[in-house]
Design a protein around this ligand. Structure first.
Ligand code: ADA
Length: 582
């Protein structure tokens, strides 16, 4: 059965997948009034995007999905959704029990004191745009509709394990693991529980925890000198961490997550993974597919990563939102490095819901994805206002949320403001979106443009002197199958030549620590501002929306593998120079 993660997260806690057939009706198809439908006209698979159903390709509005869930005396139902696009209202037996905005972050709803047996679960889904939505807007990617990621129903005791945060700490060549466990109490009285953590043969009993009714409480500890191997892209060793909750002598609950022992730091102009410089080369990848919309099945995610591996890539930027955790699990398992960002692309800071919604998206991203070793940095606010004083304040606000929740990873945002940017002092890594040869400049202008940018960055004017740089977007469009001897714009030949020039410039600059081509695959866009895009698609993919390679594929493959070989040669030379110096 399809679950939220690629591995089993509970041996003790009862868990069932909610994936499969649900009843379904859209607002257009309802012929009744009232909060919830009386009649459902069809069924739908969960997870899926309703746009993949014939007749609903362009449906934007409300729809209702219904199933049943089993409850048990003395337990609470915990419904966990990997993603509902884009606003969910959850009802049990007709009673409203939960609300969540944003398609791209998981959420849970805990419903205590239900009678033994089956209960009706209805999820109202809304993917409309308007005053209620600051992040899901008319944009250069599509906001689909539905329960678009897996969902589960769990039975949790009065006090249960809500979250584990695990941070590997490198200490003199050995590894420790700092753990923070959050418990939640849905009962009506204060309860005390025992907590223990096991990983890689280590075992640690934490202090007993008292949790007030309807509240949460945390307990921390450090497992020392663990006998583990580093997590690196070449050997992505993963370890299961099991948290056990005890009530007296009884095992009451458990939670299993996974960690990789790695440390990521910025040092001068370099990005260090476990103390060694790392170069990130890869793509921006939208969760979009010609057959599945945003609800990409695990098997298709694997294909995407295998294609990236074939192209010589080790890096994915989750433009412009947190990704499905199964994809992040695959990146953990396969050794891909990830830049994950909270949900924003050219959003307006003066939208009445912006501050609340960007804070929620950012907090939920870190709260749910903290343990993934593949996530090397947090991003935010893609191409937003990083020039005005008010825009700077918003960048400070969001970056502060990130640093408060996680000071173990570098922070960045992708800027298209070049030397007008007034926020370079706020980030650890400077990231530029540049489209030399597509939107501005000639096809071979990338190198000179980068030189100018770096000169400004390393001056007093920028606030970002000597910071490492990621070229976070560059590329050009090609209509799949459009090939012409004249190599006109929009031909696959034009795109291939443009990427060749851009990669030549960006893969070979000492202050550049990473490149992310825009973009991995063509993606659907909305029909407002971006309606003029050919096929109403963003056609800058190296592969089409069906993962069919364009001519650029072989150019990128050659460039990326060549860059890796060159770096390996340089590293060998440096090592032998160090040896001869001794
Ligand atoms: C911007 C934006 C991307 C995409 C790109 C393009 O850099 O960040 O989401 O819209 O432009 O294709 O023009």
């Amino acid at each position: 059965m399809t679950m939220l993660r690629n591995f089993c997260q509970h041996d003790i806690r009862p868990v069932e997948s909610l994936c499969g057939r649900w009843e379904f009706v859209t607002a257009d198809d309802r012929n009744d009034k009232g909060k919830l439908p009386k009649r459902y006209t069809r069924s739908i698979h969960v997870p899926s995007a309703w746009e993949q159903l014939p007749g609903l390709e362009n449906y934007r509005g409300k729809a209702w999905l219904r199933t049943t869930v089993p409850a048990a005396e003395g337990w609470a139902l915990r419904l966990v959704f990997g993603g509902v696009s884009h606003t969910a209202d959850v009802f049990i037996d007709g009673k409203h029990v939960g609300h969540h905005y944003d398609a791209f972050t998981p959420f849970d709803v805990v419903v205590p004191r239900l009678s033994e047996g089956d209960h009706e679960l209805v999820v109202q889904v809304d993917n409309s745009f308007g005053e209620h939505s600051a992040l899901h807007i008319d944009n250069d990617y599509y906001t689909y509709g539905g329960i678009t990621r897996p969902a589960e129903v769990q039975l949790v005791p009065p006090v249960y394990i809500d979250r584990l945060f695990a941070l590997p700490v490198r200490r003199g060549g050995k590894w420790d693991l700092d753990v923070r466990v959050r418990l939640a109490n849905w009962s009506r009285k204060t309860e005390t529980r025992g907590v223990a953590v096991m990983v890689a043969g280590g075992f640690l009993e934490l202090d007993e925890v008292s949790v007030k009714p309807g509240s949460t409480a945390e307990v921390t500890g450090r497992l020392k000198d663990l006998d583990v191997s580093d997590w690196t892209p070449d050997s992505p060793e993963l370890y299961e961490v099991e948290v056990l909750l005890t009530e007296g002598d009884e095992l009451a609950d458990d939670l299993i997550d996974r960690v990789g022992f790695r440390e990521i730091k910025v040092s001068g102009k370099k990005l260090l993974l476990n103390g060694e410089p790392i170069f990130l080369q890869g793509y921006n990848r939208h969760e979009d597919h010609g057959q599945f919309g945003c609800a990409i099945p695990l098997e298709a995610m694997v294909t995407d990563l295998e294609i990236l591996r074939d192209l010589g890539c080790n890096f994915v930027r989750t433009c412009h939102y947190p990704n499905d955790q199964r994809f992040l699990d695959l990146c953990d398992e396969l050794g891909f490095c990830v830049w994950e960002e909270s949900h924003a692309r050219q959003v307006k800071f003066d939208h009445p819901k912006f501050r609340e919604q960007i804070a929620d998206s950012t907090r939920e991203m870190i709260d749910w994805h903290y343990n993934h070793p593949s996530i090397l940095m947090w991003g935010c606010l893609n191409e937003c206002d990083s020039v005005s004083a008010s825009g700077r304040k918003e960048h400070q606000r969001v970056i502060e949320i990130i640093r408060e929740m996680d000071d173990s990873r570098p922070v960045t945002f992708a800027s298209n403001k070049a030397t007008d940017d007034r926020c370079m002092d706020l980030v650890d890594i400077v990231s530029w979106n540049r489209y030399q040869g597509w939107y501005h400049g000639g096809p071979d202008s990338a190198g000179d443009d980068l030189k100018e940018l770096i000169k400004w960055l390393n001056s007093d004017a920028s606030g970002g002197r000597n910071k490492p740089v990621i070229m976070s977007e560059f590329g050009g469009g090609a209509i799949p199958g459009y090939r012409r001897p004249n190599h006109a714009k929009w031909t696959e030949e034009f795109q291939a030549e443009l990427l060749d020039h851009q990669l030549e410039a960006y893969l070979n600059h000492t202050q550049v620590v990473g490149v992310a081509i825009w973009q991995f695959c063509d993606c659907r866009v909305t029909t407002g501002h971006f309606n003029s895009r050919p096929r109403t698609m963003n056609n800058k993919g190296t592969v089409s929306e069906y993962r069919l390679p364009k001519l650029a594929y072989d150019v990128v493959k050659r460039r990326m593998h060549e860059a890796t070989r060159n770096r390996q040669k340089q590293q060998k030379k440096q090592k032998s120079r160090k040896k001869t110096k001794r």
